[in-house]
Ligand binder design. Structure first.
Ligand code: HBI
Length: 362
């Protein structure tokens, strides 16, 4: 094996194709990590569902039935594998080609990749994209954590803390390609909210804050739950809100950079909160509930404000303090901690460590 040029098989989320944004944060992470690994001389192949983009990198498209999103599951939901499962297709393919690679990296939050890990003759690294959701997932992730120490990574300490075995997970943070985000020193008066429009993202609180302050709110992201969105429109008919749609990164940052601030209102433990570092990269301060990954990204009073979870009044108070934040500081923090290079340094070290441990065992 040539450590300066590892042969890596990256297996994506089975909930939908890479490109239209349905796989959320996983897509951004996978794309940025894969691109930077290639830049460093590693050979990367991406495995994803039919209809995905590989952004110019070698791509293997697997057809089959997509997996139900784990976010729809309760703690006792059993693991469901549908007929013609694309997830099963991903891992049968990986089994067949494993000897062409030094290491396999799993980006899916699913039971099967963890279950089959011991059957492989190559190390499998798992980057877990969300906090604890179900007993079955916790159990199977813990089995890999115990059998293959160091091979399971997360994005934040808050996310790790949702698992009983969190202290044995490697915390990698996240990173974005800062060259895609243009700093804006003089914003427009409006606020931004970005993310999948779905109950766990708490959009209604941001809309309530917009209604109370009268400050326009630009909403961007995949409209995943129509009923939820319609309910918000019925509850806040007079709020000055605009749903702009779902954008590629370059268009997204064009809207985002002009905003006075980004509101993050997660109802659940957001594993990381990519939108927070996207905002900082544009110089946009972040107002976030003190919950999950965003609470580790926002530096109180320096790059934004952390608010009592689920407190609309807290959001309003923070909005009134936005002018105290220096927008240059926001960009500087993104460059210091959340560039793709910084993230890929952490990923590369993680993979090298796994390979060293593997060689000791075999
Ligand atoms: N659900 N079953 C399943 N598998 C995933 O990989 C997955 C998911 N839900 C959401 C998701 N991945 C991504 O949006 C993460 O970025 C959160």
């Amino acid at each position: 094996m040539n450590k300066n040029s590892l042969k890596l098989l990256l297996i994506s989320s089975p909930v939908g194709p890479l490109g239209p944004g349905l796989t959320g944060g996983v897509e951004l992470t996978l794309r940025n990590v894969a691109s930077d690994l290639v830049r460093r001389g590693h050979q990367v192949t991406i495995v994803a569902t039919q209809g995905s983009t590989g952004w110019g990198m070698p791509l293997v498209e697997i057809s089959g039935t997509v997996q139900t999103s784990a976010q729809t599951q309760a703690r006792d939901t059993p693991i469901i594998i549908p007929p013609a499962s694309v997830l099963a297709g991903f891992w049968d393919y990986a089994r067949q080609v494993q000897f062409d690679y030094d290491l396999i990296v799993n980006f899916a939050y699913d039971w099967l990749p963890f279950y089959v890990t011991p059957f492989f003759s190559r190390p499998v690294a798992h980057l877990v994209s969300m906090g604890s959701i179900s007993e079955a997932m916790d159990e199977i992730i813990e089995q890999v954590v115990m059998a293959f120490p160091g091979t399971v990574a997360v994005h934040s300490h808050a996310q790790a803390a949702t698992f009983t075995f969190g202290d044995r997970c490697r915390c990698l943070g996240n990173g974005i390609d800062l060259s895609c985000y243009n700093f804006c020193p003089e914003p427009e008066p409006w606020l931004a909210w970005m993310g999948r429009i779905s109950p766990e993202k708490g959009l209604e609180d941001a809309v309530a804050a917009s209604h109370k302050t009268g400050i326009p709110l630009k909403i961007m992201g995949v409209l995943q739950n129509q009923d939820y969105w319609q309910q918000i429109l019925r509850d806040y008919p007079k709020a000055p809100i605009d749903y702009l749609g779902f954008f590629s990164t370059s268009e997204l940052q064009e809207h985002l950079r002009q905003c006075r601030g980004l509101l993050m209102t997660p109802r659940w433990v957001e594993a990381f909160g990519n939108v927070a570092i996207e905002a900082l990269a544009c110089g946009v301060p972040v107002i976030a509930y003190r919950r999950g990954g965003p609470a580790e990204i926002v530096e109180e009073g320096k790059t934004g404000f952390l608010v009592e979870p689920d407190s609309v009044a807290g959001l309003v108070e923070a909005i009134n303090g936005l002018d105290r934040i220096n927008r240059y500081t926001c960009r500087q923090q993104a460059e210091a901690k959340y560039s793709t290079q910084a993230m890929c340094d952490r990923v590369e070290q993680w993979l090298y460590t796994i390979l060293m441990e593997w060689e000791k065992r075999t």
